[in-house]
Design a protein around this ligand. Structure first.
Ligand code: SAM
Length: 311
């Protein structure tokens, strides 16, 4: 199947990263290289881009799409949480720009066999890295009921979390839950009809929660943001696009913390903590896609872009 993914907030990413004057940019979520290709096209001839993704299919697409840039691009298949090591291995001390375009790509969602979506019936999988040990089948069939409910509550903000977990556990006593259609039906059965009538697909929150758990998405971003900022050169910029409130909260809080200077109590005459701001926040409010972009690419509708500059 062709790899299809339209880069979100592309012009805004290029503007915030100021790509025309950069030497080294890291795209931590390379995907099919939609953003990366545009960044490479704007970099000066001496500029390079390091692209990271944990998905082999994305890497293959990115390699083809960026082949014409030759030595200007280095592609690394890894989890971005290993950013520190990846940069050290590449012999890079400081970078001028870092991009995170979080979550899954349209290509991953649309590839039925990847088991990310309730729109296709296939084996429940949801691993961005197909070599990772934990898949969604393991979560629904081996986690305790309480833990499943917790995952659905925390990562899906699902108000019916306990009930859905109960239905999952009851169903797996009969037979293992192995497909996306089976799981979608269990969720549908668990949510009362009155609550199902309006809004998005009833399984949306459950699928989101399982995907986040399987790929440990929130911990990955929370641990990597400070590392990325530490590796930014003075004046370098970090740009993050998130797609749901849990991600956006982590980005907002990390930026706020890193932009904070001294945290000593006001009574202390001289600073004891020694903290100085590492970041200047460039987007007090997140940048959102225009109505035209959303009409053209509905998957952009929940995107929020936050940017900050190393000081
Ligand atoms: C929204 S897509 C990026 C699309 C890309 N910006 C483009 O325009 O083609 C997110 C990509 O990040 C990758 N990804 C997500 N979390 C990751 C992580 N922790 N480490 C490495 N790659 C990750 C996914 O595999 C996916 O390909």
């Amino acid at each position: 199947m062709a790899y299809r993914h339209q880069p979100v907030l592309l012009a805004e990413v290029l503007e915030q990263l100021r790509t025309t004057s950069r030497s080294i940019v890291v795209d931590c979520t390379l995907g099919g290289a939609g953003h990366a290709e545009a960044i490479l096209s704007q970099l000066p001839p001496s500029g390079i881009l390091i692209g990271i993704d944990q998905d082999v299919a994305a890497i293959s697409e990115a390699e083809v799409r960026t082949a014409r840039f030759g030595q200007q691009i280095t592609i690394v298949r890894d989890n971005f949480r290993n950013l520190e090591r990846i940069l050290t291995d590449a012999g890079v001390e400081e970078v001028d720009g870092v991009l995170f375009d979080l979550g899954v790509s349209s290509a991953q969602l649309d590839a039925a066999e990847r088991g990310f979506s309730y729109w296709h019936d296939s084996r429940l999988d949801m691993r961005m890295n197909p070599q990772a040990k934990l898949s969604a089948i393991d979560v629904v069939n081996t986690y305790s009921c309480e833990r499943i409910a917790q995952v659905l509550r925390e990562y899906g903000e699902e108000r019916w979390a306990s009930r859905i977990a109960e239905f999952i556990c009851r169903s797996r006593e009969q037979a293992p839950i192995e497909t996306t259609a089976q799981l979608a039906q269990i969720v549908r059965d668990a949510i009362p009809a009155s609550a199902r009538r309006s809004g998005p697909h009833p399984a949306r929150r459950t699928f989101q929660a399982l995907r986040i758990e399987v790929n440990d998405e929130l911990n990955a971003i929370a641990t990597t943001l400070p590392i990325a900022v530490q590796r930014l050169a003075k004046g370098g910029r970090i740009v993050v696009i998130s797609y749901h409130s849990l991600e956006d909260r982590i980005v907002k809080q990390a930026f706020t913390r890193l932009a904070q200077g001294c945290i000593c109590p006001p009574k202390v005459p001289q600073c004891q903590c020694g903290r100085t701001p590492q970041l200047k926040i460039l987007t007090r409010r997140p940048i959102r896609p225009t109505a035209a972009e959303i009409a053209n690419n509905p998957r952009a509708r929940s995107a929020k872009l936050r940017a900050a500059e190393r000081v």
